[in-house]
Design a protein around this ligand. Structure first.
Ligand code: 3H9
Length: 649
C-alpha cells in the first residue's frame, strides 16, 4: 500500500496503489497530502498525472473507517490541497472512479479517461452523501440538471457520456498514462486550467428543483440520503461553493452516524462476503458449460431465463410436448419483452432463445454439467426424476433440486452417488429475484458446494448456504411472520391496519396482501396433509377462508375482496363474517408496535435458525430477508435490527 511518484522530464506520475480498490484510507490520504506538498516545492515538476494501480482508478473512501471518528487529514483537506496547487494535476481514469475516487478526480485540473471507465457517486447507496465536494464540484463541471441524478442516485456514467457532459476533458484509447502525460505537458505550457470550484453556475429555473425533489421522493424508498444529497447540491448552488462544501461536510458527518447508513454498510460487506465463503475459497470447482433444467413451469422457465441471461446454454426438459412448446414460447416472449423495453437488442433476444434446447427425454441431459430439477413439489415425483438422472447424466454432473419445502435428503434417497447432489432454492420469478438458498445434504462434496457458489456469482444471485429444516431459512421465517400476523388479527387488530403498518415499515405489501397474491391454498393443503398424518395442527382463520372458496386474488377474494381484473385489496365484510368466530373484539394498535411485533417474531425465529445451525451467521438471515422477501435494505434486516443495529463491517 503506497503512493508512488516518478518524475520524468518535469512531469510527475503519482500512482495510488492500495489493493483491492485503491480506497482512500488514512495512510493514503496522508501520503497524497505529503505528495502534493513535495511536488509543489519541487521546481523541476511542471505538472502531475494522478493514476490508480491495478484495474481501477479509485473505488472511493475506505468504508471500513466509517465506524470510527474521522482521522485527519480528511479527504476534503487533501482535495483542497490538490485544487490549490499552482501546477496542473491531471486525473488519469480507468476501470472505476467512484465516490471519493471521482471526487478526487473532480478536484484535479483536468481529467482523461480510458475506454471502459465507469464514473459515479454511489454514496447514497451507503446512506451517506458525497462528502468530499462531489455535490459542489460536479454541478459546476457538468451542469445542475446532469449532476442531480448522479448525486442523488447510484447512476453511473461511462467515459463517452462523461466526455459529452464535460466531466472528462479527453479520452484515451491506447496507453492511458502516456496520453495523460501528453495532456499534462500541454497543460503545463499554458495558463493553469480553471478548477471546478472556480467555474460559474447559472441559476436554474425553480422547476428543476421541484422536479428533482419529486424524482427523489419517487426513488428514495424510505431512505433519507438522496434528499440530503439534493439539499447539499442546492445549497451550494444558491449560497456559493464554500458554503456548499461546509454544509456537505456537516451533512455527511451526521449521515455516517445514522441507522440507515450503518444498515447499508453492514449489507455492503455482507453482500460482498456471501458469494465467496471463506471455507470454500481454496476448493476447486467443476465446470458449468451446459445446464439442464427439468420442468417448464413457472420455476423452470424462470431458472432457464436466469441461466440464459448469464449466457449459459440450457437444455429444458419436459415430459409433455405441448407443455414444452408452451414453456419455450413463454421464454421467447420474455426475451422479446426485454428487447421491447430496450434492455436487450433484438439480436441478443434471439440468441437467448436460440440457446435453449427443448428436450422430452432424460438422455438429452447426458452432456450437462449441472441439472436443476424444478418439477411439482411431490416427493415421489422428484425421487423418480433423480433416479432417472442418476442413470442418464455423466457421473461427474451435479444434480440439484429446487424444492422449497421437501427434505432434500429424502429426494436424494434413490441416488447412488449423493456427493454430487444438493438443493438450489431459487425464488420466484427466478430470473428477477436475487436470492439463492444453497442447501447441501450431508454427503454433498466440497467441490459441488463450491460450484453452486460459482453458479450464483455467474447468475448475479445472492447465495446463502442453508441447513435442512422445514422451509430452510427464508420460508421458515416467513411462516413465523405470517403466524404472528395471524395472532395479531385474532387478537382483534384489523387486517388493513396490519398490512398498512408493514407497508409503512418499508415492505412492498403487508402479510395478508402477500398471502392473497401468493394464494392461500398451498399452505392450507400442507396443513391438511399434516393433519391427515395425525399431526396436531390447530385450525387457523385461513382454513375457514379456503374452505369457503376464498383462496386469494385468483378466486376474486381471500383476506380482501378484489374487483375483476384489479389487484387493489378492498376490505372484505364477507371474509370477516367467515372468520369472526375466531376473532377477539377489535382493538387499536399503533403501526410502529405492529411492525415491532412482526419483526421481532422474525428475529426470534432467526435466533432459533442460528442455534440449530441452519444459518451460519445473522447476516446471512438478513441477506435472505432483503434479497428474497423485500425487507427494506435501509433497515439492514431483522437480525441487524434486533442487535440494535450494531455494525460489524
Ligand atoms: C465515499 O467515497 C465517501 C466520500 O464521498 C467522502 C468521504 C469523506 N472501502 O466489490 P468487490 C472491498 S463512500 C473499503 O468484490 P469488484 C470489498 O469489501 C464509498 N473496502 O470488487 C471487498 O473486500 P473482500 C463510495 C471496499 O471488483 C473488496 O474490496 N464508493 C471498498 O467487484 C473487493 O470488492 C462505493 O460505494 C471501499 N470503498 O468491484 C464503491 N470497496 O475482498 C464501493 C470495496 O475482503 N465499491 N471494498 O470481500 C464497489 O462498488 C466495488 O467494490 C468496486 C469494485 C466497483 C469498486
Amino acid at each position: 500500500m503506497n503512493v508512488e511518484t516518478k518524475i520524468t522530464d518535469g512531469i510527475a506520475v503519482v500512482t495510488i496503489d492500495n489493493p483491492p480498490v485503491n480506497a482512500l484510507n488514512l495512510a493514503m490520504r496522508n501520503a497524497l497530502l505529503e505528495t502534493v506538498h513535495t511536488l509543489n516545492a519541487d521546481a523541476k515538476v511542471r505538472a502531475v498525472v494522478l493514476r490508480g494501480a491495478g484495474k481501477l482508478f479509485v473505488g472511493g473512501a475506505d468504508i471500513t473507517e466509517f465506524d470510527r471518528p474521522v482521522e485527519e487529514p480528511a479527504l476534503p483537506e487533501v482535495l483542497a490541497a490538490i485544487e490549490a496547487s499552482k501546477k496542473p494535476w491531471i486525473a488519469a481514469l480507468h476501470g472505476v472512479a467512484l465516490g471519493g475516487g471521482l471526487e478526487l478526480a473532480l478536484a484535479c485540473h483536468l481529467r482523461i479517461a480510458a475506454s471502459g471507465t465507469s464514473l459515479g457517486l454511489p454514496e447514497v447507496g451507503l446512506g451517506i452523501i458525497p462528502g468530499a465536494g462531489g455535490t459542489q464540484r460536479l454541478p459546476r463541471l457538468i451542469g445542475i440538471e446532469a449532476a442531480i441524478p448522479v448525486v442523488t442516485t447510484r447512476k453511473r456514467l461511462d467515459e463517452n457520456q462523461a466526455l459529452k457532459l464535460g466531466l472528462v476533458d479527453s479520452l484515451s484509447s491506447g496507453d492511458l498514462t502516456a496520453d495523460a502525460i501528453a495532456l499534462a505537458r500541454k497543460a503545463a505550457s499554458g495558463p493553469l486550467p480553471a478548477t471546478a470550484a472556480k467555474r460559474s453556475l447559472a441559476a436554474p429555473s425553480p422547476e428543476i428543483w421541484r422536479d428533482a425533489e419529486a424524482a427523489v421522493r419517487r426513488t428514495a424508498k424510505g431512505t433519507a440520503a438522496p434528499m440530503l444529497a439534493l439539499q447539499a447540491l442546492r445549497l451550494g448552488v444558491e449560497n456559493g461553493f464554500e458554503a456548499g462544501l461546509a454544509h456537505e461536510r456537516a451533512t455527511i458527518l451526521k449521515a455516517r452516524a445514522s441507522q440507515e447508513s450503518k444498515a447499508l454498510r453492514y449489507l455492503f460487506f455482507a453482500e460482498r462476503a456471501a458469494p465467496r465463503p471463506r471455507e470454500l475459497r481454496d476448493v476447486n470447482t467443476r465446470p458449468l458449460r451446459r445446464i439442464g433444467v427439468i420442468g417448464g413451469g413457472t420455476m423452470g422457465t424462470g431458472i432457464t431465463a436466469a441461466l440464459r441471461n448469464a449466457g449459459l446454454p440450457v437444455v429444458l426438459m419436459e415430459r409433455d410436448e405441448a407443455i414444452l412448446n408452451h414453456s419455450l414460447g413463454k421464454l421467447k416472449k420474455l426475451f422479446q419483452g426485454d428487447a421491447a423495453k430496450g434492455r436487450l437488442s433484438a439480436e441478443e433476444a434471439g440468441q437467448r432463445t436460440a440457446g435453449i434446447e427443448g428436450a422430452l427425454t432424460f438422455d438429452r441431459l447426458a452432456d450437462c454439467d449441472l441439472v436443476i430439477e424444478a418439477v411439482f413439489e411431490d416427493l415421489a415425483v422428484k425421487q423418480s426424476v433423480f433416479a432417472e438422472l442418476g442413470r442418464a447424466c455423466r457421473p461427474d454432473a451435479i444434480l440439484a433440486t429446487n424444492t422449497s419445502y421437501i427434505d432434500p435428503r429424502l429426494i436424494a434417497e434413490g441416488l447412488a452417488d449423493k456427493t454430487r447432489f444438493l438443493g438450489l432454492h431459487f425464488f420466484s420469478p427466478a430470473h428477477v429475484m436475487k436470492l439463492l438458498e444453497i442447501i447441501p445434504v450431508p454427503e454433498t462434496a466440497g467441490d459441488v458446494l463450491a460450484t453452486a457458489f460459482v453458479l450464483a456469482r455467474t447468475l448475479d444471485k445472492m447465495p446463502v448456504r442453508a441447513g435442512i429444516c422445514d422451509g430452510f431459512i427464508g420460508n421458515r421465517i416467513l411462516r413465523r411472520y405470517i403466524a404472528e400476523a395471524t395472532a395479531l388479527m385474532t387478537d382483534g387488530v384489523a387486517i388493513p391496519a396490519i398490512d398498512a403498518a408493514m407497508r409503512e415499515f418499508g415492505l412492498a405489501m403487508g402479510p395478508f396482501e402477500m398471502q392473497d397474491m401468493a394464494g392461500l391454498d398451498i399452505s392450507f393443503m400442507r396443513r391438511e396433509a399434516a393433519r391427515a398424518r395425525g399431526e396436531p395442527v390447530p385450525e387457523v382463520p385461513a382454513d375457514l377462508l379456503v374452505r369457503a372458496g376464498r383462496k386469494g386474488q385468483k378466486t376474486g377474494g381471500g383476506w380482501y375482496d378484489y374487483a375483476p381484473g384489479d389487484r387493489t385489496p378492498l376490505p372484505s365484510p364477507g371474509a370477516m363474517r367467515i372468520i369472526a368466530p375466531m376473532l377477539k373484539p377489535s382493538r387499536e394498535m399503533p403501526s410502529a408496535e405492529i411492525a415491532a411485533r412482526l419483526v421481532s417474531a422474525m428475529s426470534k425465529e432467526g435466533e432459533r435458525v442460528l442455534a440449530e445451525g441452519i444459518a451460519a451467521e445473522p447476516a446471512h438471515i438478513d441477506l435472505v430477508e432483503v434479497h428474497g422477501y423485500g425487507f427494506p435494505r435501509w433497515r439492514g434486516g431483522p437480525m441487524f435490527m434486533a442487535q440494535g443495529g450494531a455494525h460489524h463491517g
